[in-house]
Design a protein around this ligand. Structure first.
Ligand SMILES: [Zn+2]
Length: 163
């Protein structure tokens, strides 16, 4: 198990917030994700771009995985972790499993659209991806203590849509 499991590198929070605000500026739900290579420290941080590029595939997590695969020149991200401000959906967890990421961290639970919440899968050190990909397992953690900040971003965004 990676040494990063359960302990989110706090220096990422500001950057993820900035990236989420970039999404918001283009009319997208303020969600962002970063894929971090735990061996080299290399990373790819992306914001949700579903509306901006009119693609349902453009969730922040998928974009971060794809960018990291391009950077490393391989589709296997076995030394990488995926960090998202919102619990990843089924599509993004499928992409993470396909990429064989070592671990996943998220800040906010998504009771409706989150993969783990929706399928009632308990997050742990060894979450089986059997819905996605045979025998692959990865550790999954919900980071506690910083939910407020990203929940607030979402609440402000949805409030602005209603006004
Ligand atoms: Zn997603």
């Amino acid at each position: 198990m990676s040494k990063l499991a359960g302990a989110f590198p706090l220096n990422w929070i500001d950057q993820l917030e900035r990236s989420a605000l970039v999404a918001q500026d283009s009319g997208d739900i303020p969600i962002s994700a970063v894929c971090i290579d735990t061996l080299t420290g290399g990373y790819a941080v992306c914001s949700n771009r579903v509306e901006k590029i009119s693609s349902s595939l453009a969730h922040a997590e998928c974009l971060a995985l794809s960018e990291m695969q391009n950077k490393l020149g391989t589709r296997f991200l076995t030394d990488c972790i995926l960090v998202s401000t919102l619990e990843p959906c089924t599509m993004c967890m499928g992409a993470a499993a396909q990429a064989r990421v070592a671990g996943v961290l998220y800040f906010l639970s998504d009771e409706k659209g989150g993969y783990f919440s929706h399928h009632r899968i308990l997050v742990s050190d060894k979450v089986p991806m059997r819905h996605m990909l045979g025998t692959h397992t990865c550790w999954v953690r919900k980071v506690v203590g910083i939910e407020e900040r990203f929940l607030n971003l979402l609440q402000v965004f949805f409030q602005s849509l209603r006004e």
